[in-house]
Design a protein around this ligand. Sequence first.
Ligand SMILES: [Zn+2]
Length: 511
Amino acid sequence: MAYLDKSPDPFHATQNACDRLAAAGFMAIDEKDAWTGKLAKGGRYYFTRNRSCIVAFAVGGAYEPGNGFKVIGAHTDSPNLRVKPRSKRSNAGITQLSVECYGGGLWHTWFDRDLSLSGRVMLRSASGGFEQRLVRIPRPVLRVPTLCIHLQSTEEREAFKVNKEDHLQPILATEALKSLSGDASAGSESAQAAASEGASERPLGEAGAVAGAEVPTGGESRAESDETRAAAEYYDASSVHGWANGQEPLLVSMLAEELGVPAESILDFECSLFDTQPAALSGVHSEFLVSSRLDNLASCFVATEALIEHAPSAEAIKDDPDVSLIALFDHEEVGSGSTSGAGSPVMGDAVRRISSALSGGGTLADDVLAAALSKSFVLSADMAHAVHPNYASKHEKSHGPQMNRGIVIKSNSNQRYASNGVTSFVVRELSRRAGLPAPQEFVVRNDCPCGSTIGPIISASTGMRAVDVGMPMLSMHSVREVMGVADLTHGKELFAAFLRDFREIDAMLDG
Ligand SMILES: [Zn+2]
């Protein structure tokens, strides 16, 4: 639950996975370096891309070039509301933030929740360079309010249709409080400056730097170099196109306060909204886990734990002939087409570079690499749709997975999922050997559209065999989702069994 609460966005999910792996003895490596001479049998490593995608792997002690990769894939992103590049927006005496919808969320669930903000901020560092820092405001600061019932017609009440552009813009502050007190937050100096200037009340096109990022004048004793000041003028340009002029000053000052930096050092950010309610157990027997982002941080968490359990030390994997690898990608919810998504070369790059580095560098023969890919296998882990008791007819009768009854194999002959008869059998056999409940099956009804996963994307781009599995849940893509607690154990044990037993089962398959 701590992982879910501490990971409101892909950057935090990645950072927390890094911290967990580092604590377990995995070593950070950088994609920018050559890995030849760095990787060794028995070694355990991880690297990130865009700080929102992480690949971690353990090289078996019995690895030889051309041997296979046992891969567990999942995704770090979830549907949410993200702050637009120009965040400033206000109406009817309320300071708002301008947000856009990321992914296919159940947007009506975002109304009347105690929301906050997290993400990545680009900063000018004290040394004059630039740095990226993660930020997470722990307290509720935003809300998407519903319309009072008395202001809705019967028709509107029954429909509750959400216009994604007009109705989801959250409120941040009242302008009344700002003008009355001259201090909206009673917080830091920068917040006070921003509030007293009331810069957000200016029309967007009006000249003048935003207050939280005001260009210092000669009389002020700010310890800044001329160069810094010149750069500040560029970013805080008073023109309508200046970056800071498009930002809500209260937002900039709030981020600055949280990071303990001057507002003018903030050069850019990518922030998303999250529900501040922490994860909890629910149900008479506490058998439900309720939280935001179970899809797919539950799988990320379980995959990370399974890898650590499989490879707690070099000694533990001394007889393992394979590379055991987890890849937690960004941007699954929007199609995976990015540098850090499953549609990027990151998976193929990892297999090629790791194989090459472990063979002593140089160009690995195509033939050897092709052999490695043929021996490899991907467990594509994403959450699955459990049967909803109030909407049971939405599932095809004999393919209705239930919560707390074990992992689900997802199949679709139209290749929305990567599973086939052989790869599904492998999961069933792994489960049998591990003493786990028999996997449940999911196939979407013929009259219903089917979701998809990273499974077919990785399979199509690398040629690796794959199967789609997931832990069953309800309320997928709601701001607050629910799954069975026991399925976390089922998931972790299956993933650990995969890393432990796959090669033996694969050797018994007849090709
Ligand atoms: Zn998902």
